[in-house]
Design a protein around this ligand. Sequence first.
Ligand code: SAH
Length: 501
Amino acid sequence: MTVRAVEVIAEADVVAYHSARHGRSIARSIAERHLRPDHIEERLVYPVTTETTDHPGGYRGAMEEFYAEAAARLAAHLDAGRTVAVLAEGDPLFYGSYMHMHKRLADRYPTEVVPGVTSVSAAAARLGKPLVEGEEVLTILPGTLPEEELAARLMATDAAAVMKLGRTFPTVRAALERSGRLADAHYVERATMDAERTAPLAEVDPESVPYFSMAVLPSRVELADRVELADQMEVPGQVELSGQVDATPEAARGEVVVVGLGPAGPLWLTPEARGELAAAEDLVGYTTYLNRVPMRPGQQRHASDNKVEAERAEFALDLARRGRRVAVVSSGDPGVFAMATAVLEAASEDPYREVPVRVLPGMTAAHAAASRVGAPLGHDYAVISLSDRLKPWEVIAERLSAAAAADLVLALYNPGSRSRIWQVGKARELLLAHRTPDTPVVLGRDIGGPEESVRIVSLADLDPAQVDMRTILLVGSSQTRTVRRGDGTRIVWTPRRYPER
Ligand code: SAH
């Protein structure tokens, strides 16, 4: 209890507190030695907690009536000139019952909210572990959320506290396991109270878990420091690129995860990808993409040039074979003209056949670019890379013509660079054999990034000089429309209906 809380109780005429029907109140028991015989006690007894109700308005109706009635009781004291202290366990505005009184009374009566020490702070203190350090993010979750939601949030955060355990414990445990965080999770029951209990969460019997307990994932910084220290002792200097390595017991946990970063920025990074990037010991990828991943203590980064995909894939598999947890990063979706294929190609053969590989999807550039103008990919479309670095131009030309003849919308990746510009000119020529000159073309450049630009031109006006490595082209079908809307913006969309033939 804070000094201010003690003062407030001393000055109050009325002390109010919520309780379940059994009548006990943890808040009251904490404040007990500051209560006097001349205090008027107002016990606000919940009509229902978790059981069902026969109230005509259901659970919500029963609660609403209870809060209104409780607020009226406190208002009667206030109207009579009495000062009311409402007791709240932890902090009153942090998942506390008091806030229902606050919402009903604070605009009518002078109100002071006395902040309290939350159970999250208490739990971290009793564990004796740093909770969040530096730029780490702390996420506080009610255990009543669905397992999937919990897992996604746990993957995307550094530290976490999951409150309201009890019956939710098996779900919370499953979510921790699914997010790969179970081994780091601690269990704290009745922190700072008499029957306090702390334990590694994985060892807790679900049957023994009361509501007054929480799961805590403390700071990862300390963890990372330990890994780094262990690494320095085991593998001095740079990891070698090649050479036969015997499988050690350590190698059993090695793995390559190919992670799609999305086209740009954290808004388009999935929680799953974020979690995997944080959990990796080694990050492998093209320098530009690696630079988009936040730095983490204890992680090793292996940046390389854009062109050496096969070597990069083998390098990653080699690290995993030595027991390292490796994330290979790709922009957009790793399976769309990107690293997933390179990794799987190498992993299909010795000596990497046994190395576990997982691919995590990301949002691909075509979808991000399409969203900026509306829905040009709303009907059937084809995805083609214009790069002739890995396939002959004749193949590209054939496919462009075939897709155009089939009246598909086209998403053209790798359309060109400052030096490689003739492909776009040639593609335009091929497409004009099947499409009218006014067919809309969307040029999306650095979508989601700081230099984003989106232009809508007609196929006849498509200028190869306006296309570079960071551009994607979306070419409409015969049905694709451009429309100017009321606010002056132009949108592009392809109807889902196709005319009868
Ligand atoms: N795996 C990536 C594609 C890699 S090929 C994905 O799924 O998006 C590289 C090409 O993707 C670039 O030449 C460009 O055509 C396109 N691209 C990637 N990010 C982009 C962005 N933010 N804006 C526009 N085009 C992008």
